[in-house]
Design a protein around this ligand. Structure first.
Ligand SMILES: Cc1cc2nc3c(=O)[nH]c(=O)nc-3n(C[C@H](O)[C@H](O)[C@H](O)COP(=O)(O)OP(=O)(O)OC[C@H]3O[C@@H](n4cnc5c(N)ncnc54)[C@H](O)[C@@H]3O)c2cc1C
Length: 439
């Protein structure tokens, strides 16, 4: 038997830890908002998250800007996501960059507020719990399994919302994925935070406040000098660079490293994490040695998880096409919006292609569900969209918007005892509008 076909059968019993109306898997931008939305809509709700805090890419990946809640200063994402921003602002944990509408934040306060809002809503949390499987009968998920220090545990729900970013639960349940789930995907990047930066210098202050709609928001002087020296200094692949504020003086969150890889293949992802960590320290040294503003800088934090821009997306009842998206096609079941440009990062080289929208776009409910899976919704970056629509919808405010819709929809379906395909979408839209969603 060759290496690839060697296997061992593993049989386990999982203790059932709880029964819920709604089970949300993954606690990132889409997940924690989805769980709050479901719980506030009256559902007994649980959330399963592999780390000991919530926020997803915002906190595990240090992706410090939330993009974007507004289109040309007009708010397009509202309700619980915006309440989160307002509360974070009151804590001194974020600033809204005008006119772009990006929200820059302190990742530690972000983590704190995520858990506070979920606990207030009555969400039961399973942290440090890695989703490892599910039981499916006739397309209906009856339990999810996860591994933690208690061993293998299970929880049962009426409805499930997959917010793992990578569509892990949907894949485990057997939902068909978009054919373009395979390479080329957008590259991965590991964010890091530098301390000791001259954040008062005009170059850094200007770059940290991404207020130049119509441009790529990267730091042009640093980019041009690095591109000119790339060969001679052996600078690894990089994008941008984009410098973001953590709201702390002297600190800059840096989005610069870049590598290709498949985030849903463990060996490929392991190799990518290692390359990116090496590159963090290489580019930090290059910044220190070549720019006065970084002369006294040092790495304070490297993201605990490489930033994944793209992996699986479900093949939903409806797939949002780039054409529909950029033409702001409005659907009878629109449940959220998107306002970020179509933002494609190229794997090899330092390029990024940005196409600005002429109007804020719409997301139909049918992109959150798959044919034949009556109690599963997805939200966040794994929804059903082609590569073009996805390249805008992948940003965090948009993921929060679909998370909110999926959470409310899951709670309503659980209460009504109907499948996600038979959801009353008019009623859903009314309830979302009452929450403050802008549809
Ligand atoms: C380098 C980079 C730069 C970016 N720049 C921006 C930007 O400027 N502005 C912006 O708004 N967006 C940006 N994004 C995009 C954005 O961060 C993500 O697309 C967004 O966070 C996706 O949200 P999500 O909720 O779908 O998934 P995530 O935020 O990835 O959350 C998924 C959650 O599920 C958990 N999880 C996953 N699998 C499991 C499992 N098996 N078991 C248990 N838990 C699990 C994870 O730990 C995580 O908490 C960027 C992304 C990258 C990588």
């Amino acid at each position: 038997m060759d290496e690839a076909t060697r296997s061992i059968e593993v049989t386990k019993r999982a203790r059932i830890a709880g029964d819920y109306d709604v089970v949300v898997c993954g606690g990132g931008a889409a997940g924690f908002i989805s769980a709050i939305a479901a719980a506030r809509s009256g559902a007994k709700t649980a959330i399963v998250e592999q780390y000991g805090f919530f926020g997803g890419m915002a906190t595990i990946g240090l992706v410090t800007p939330l993009s974007v809640f507004t289109y040309n200063r007009e708010q397009v994402i509202g309700g619980i996501p915006w309440e989160f921003v307002e509360r974070l602002r009151k804590m001194g944990g974020c600033i809204v960059e005008e006119p772009l509408g990006n929200v820059a934040f302190d990742p530690e306060l972000y983590k704190l507020l995520c858990q506070q809002m979920m606990l207030e809503a009555g969400v039961e949390m399973y942290m440090h719990s890695y989703l490892s499987g599910c039981r499916v009968e006739n397309g209906r998920i009856s339990a999810v399994f996860f591994e933690n220090k208690n061993g293998t545990e299970a929880i049962c729900g009426d409805m499930y919302v997959d917010c793992t970013g990578d569509g892990d639960l949907a894949a485990m349940a057997g939902v068909p994925m978009q054919t373009d789930e395979y390479p080329p995907m957008q590259p991965m990047s590991t964010y890091f935070i530098l301390g000791g930066v001259d954040t008062d210098s005009p170059m850094i202050a200007d770059a940290m406040h991404h207020n130049k709609q119509g441009r790529n928001c990267h730091c042009i002087p640093v980019r041009e000098k690095l591109l000119a020296m790339k060969e001679s200094l052996g600078i690894p692949e990089f994008g941008g660079p984009w410098f973001c504020t953590t709201l702390r003086p002297g600190e800059v969150a840096v989005n610069m490293t870049r590598t290709m890889g498949n985030a849903i293949d463990n060996r490929d992802f392991t190799a990518a994490e290692c390359r990116l960590r090496e590159d963090v320290f290489k580019v930090a040294r290059i910044l220190r040695e070549n720019f006065e503003e970084f002369r006294n800088s040092y790495v304070t934090t490297v993201a605990v998880h490489a930033g994944i821009r793209e992996s699986r997306r479900i093949k939903g009842v409806h797939t949002i096409t780039g054409d529909e998206y950029v033409n702001a096609c409005r659907y009878p079941d629109s449940i959220s919006r998107g306002a970020h440009p179509v933002d494609v990062h190229i794997g090899a080289g330092a390029e990024q292609s940005l196409t600005f929208l002429k109007q804020a776009a719409y997301v139909p409910y049918r992109a959150l569900i798959a044919e034949g899976f009556p109690n599963l919704l997805v939200a966040g970056r794994c929804i059903s969209a082609d590569k073009t629509a996805f390249a805008s919808l992948r940003v965090q405010a948009s993921c929060m918007g679909t998370g909110q819709a999926a959470g409310v929809a899951a709670a309503r379906c659980a209460k009504a005892g109907v499948s996600v395909q038979d959801a009353d979408t008019d009623g859903l839209i009314r309830e979302l509008r009452n929450l403050g969603a802008i549809i």
